[in-house]
Design a protein around this ligand. Structure first.
Ligand SMILES: Nc1ncnc2c1ncn2[C@@H]1O[C@H](COP(=O)(O)OP(=O)(O)OP(=O)(O)O)[C@@H](O)[C@H]1O
Ligand SMILES: [Mg+2]
Length: 373
């Protein structure tokens, strides 16, 4: 049985005279023990969707099931119990600044109904788990970003949740600290068996830790599957655009007009086997010239995927024969349009690379309050 099931969930906001369909007819399941990811550009509806899971956001329509039980209309003590079963961490940590690290954790224990006599033991246990036992009497202001997120994780785990929701939990951290937090979350997933639902717009985070991933665009899930499959052979334009931006796959547009005539193609291949020897063989055999315009190998978990963009020029028949041969050696083959390549493409969400725009701050503020659609 799935731990979480969303059935045809929609969330609509009415703001002044505007209607915003933040989530549209999303159905998906999250299995016990997996790390399930949601990626997408800014405004895609990721935060809204994840807030439905702990009912901080009520769906406008559709149902939410937890361990097979319909909890869409949960209220009062049932709702409190559900919230105990689901921990939540954000980009902005949301620690209480005028009390110590230890007290921050204790507030969660108090809210979870723990006996006061157990608070100290449990707080130390949680802080030890996240590697911060020596910071129990420290105030949040003197902690680094990574340490703050560790405290937030300890607090989120206080009531032994089965599920941990992470909304851009690493987006405010530098590379090294991100790695540490991801390691910690993976350990929590493995050792405590906690199911994790993780939202991010950072593909390097996604490819490293997600078992499965859903790609959201404009309120809908446009692609869903095993992380490697989705990212290595993206089917939807949004997924392709996310992957391309992440891998930095691009032919500099200003270069395109000066390129010799010929067909530009993108080749995707699995494994780290180099394609260069094949390229030169094919070029020789068919009497064409093949220029490599872009090359990249990237690791998704343990798997490597390689992407090459090449320009094949020569006589029409020879070019076609060469392309056919290249096609038979790769799993992804796409002819690229020169005119499109020459345009400086500025896809949506380009200003959100660092995840620190005003929208994100808004989301955090919304984080603690329940809103009714
Ligand atoms: N409480 C709200 N009231 C009105 N509109 C909202 C509310 N929350 C979200 N929205 C709108 O719903 C859409 C989806 O927002 P959401 O925060 O879920 O996107 P997101 O994918 O998390 O984006 P980001 O990557 O920037 O965090 C946006 O258009 C947003 O402005
Ligand atoms: Mg968000």
């Amino acid at each position: 049985m799935s731990v979480i099931e969303l059935r045809d969930v929609s969330v609509t906001f009415h703001e002044r005279r505007q209607t915003i369909e933040a989530v549209k007819h999303v159905s998906l399941t999250v299995e016990k023990g997996e790390i399930f990811g949601i990626v997408g550009f800014s405004g895609a509806g990721k935060s809204t969707l994840v807030r439905v899971i702990n009912l901080l956001q009520r769906p406008t329509s559709g149902r939410l099931l937890l361990d097979g039980a319909d909890i869409t209309d949960a209220k009062g003590s049932q709702l409190r119990d559900i919230r105990k079963r689901i921990g939540f961490i954000f980009q902005g940590f949301n620690l209480i600044s005028n009390v110590t690290v230890g007290r921050n954790v204790q507030f969660a224990l108090k809210a979870g109904g723990w006996e006061k006599s157990d608070w100290d033991r449990r707080t130390r246990e949680l802080l030890r788990l996240v590697g911060l036992e020596n910071k129990i009497d420290t105030y949040p202001s003197s902690l680094s970003g990574g340490q703050k997120q560790r405290v937030a994780i300890a607090r989120a785990l206080a009531n032994k949740p089965e599920i941990l929701l992470c909304d851009e939990a690493t987006s405010a951290l530098d590379l090294e600290t991100t790695e540490e937090i991801l390691d910690l979350l993976q350990r929590i997933n493995r050792e405590l068996g906690i199911t994790i639902v993780f939202i991010t717009h950072q593909l390097d985070v996604a490819k490293q830790v997600f078992d499965r991933v859903a790609v959201m665009e404009n309120g809908s899930v446009v692609e869903l599957g095993d992380t490697f499959d989705v990212f290595s052979a993206p089917k939807h334009a949004t997924t392709r655009s996310l992957v391309e931006r992440y891998l930095g796959i691009a032919v500099p547009p200003q270069l395109v007009p000066s390129l010799p005539a010929g067909q530009i193609v993108e080749l995707r291949y699995k494994g780290d086997a180099a394609l260069e020897p094949l390229i030169s063989e094919v070029a020789k055999r068919h009497g064409v010239s093949i220029n490599v315009l872009h090359a990249n190998v990237s690791y998704f978990g343990p798997h490597a995927i390689g992407i090459l963009i090449v320009l094949v020029s020569g006589g029409d028949a020879a070019v076609n024969a060469a392309l056919d041969e290249l096609k038979s050696h790769v799993f992804g083959f796409r002819k690229l349009d020169r005119t499109a390549l020459a345009q400086i493409h500025d896809a949506d969400g380009a200003d959100n690379e660092d995840g620190t725009d005003a929208d994100d701050a808004g989301n955090e503020n919304r984080g603690e309050k329940e809103t009714n659609a």
